[in-house]
Write a protein that binds this ligand. Structure first.
Ligand SMILES: [Zn+2]
Length: 147
């Protein structure tokens, strides 16, 4: 029981940093990842800085075409989650990649929420609610936020 709780906590609030990229500034910032806040604010321009995970390696700021590939992949449902091969660096490879991995593209995320236990009065339980994934929006729980 205690082990299970630790696992859910570590997936909800892992203690590693994830890359959050701003496509307009072509910069990446290390931040604590939060499934409820996949989109943070860019500290430079105030625009969206999106979570690209811990393995993302940002192109150099002046590599505009590589940043366009990153943006294309992200907007196509590939926020640099693992699909079994490295992510492509060129647009033609990226278009092929998106087609080949259509089945692996992100469509939803599971957001942990604490809710009242249905039977044990006064107890809370952690549930995972599936929320649709939208590139520049944070997950919105279907019936508001129960926590
Ligand atoms: Zn920015």
């Amino acid at each position: 029981m205690a082990l299970k709780k630790d696992q859910t906590q570590s997936s909800a609030r892992p203690d590693y940093l994830a890359a959050h990229a701003c496509f307009d500034c072509r910069k990446s910032f290390k931040r604590k990842p939060d499934i409820r806040q996949l989109v943070k604010l860019c500290p430079d321009c105030g625009g969206p800085a999106v979570n690209l995970g811990r393995k993302f390696k940002p192109p150099a700021k002046d590599k505009v075409s590589e940043w366009e590939v990153v943006r294309f992949l992200y907007e196509s449902g590939f926020p640099f989650h693992s699909v079994g091969e490295p992510y492509p660096r060129t647009m033609s490879e990226a278009k092929d990649f998106v087609q080949r991995y259509e089945a692996s593209k992100i469509k939803s995320v599971k957001v942990p929420v604490w809710t009242d236990h249905p039977v044990r009065k006064g107890k809370r339980q952690l549930r995972y609610i599936s929320c649709s994934w939208t590139p520049y929006e944070n997950p919105v729980l279907p019936d508001g936020d129960p926590t």
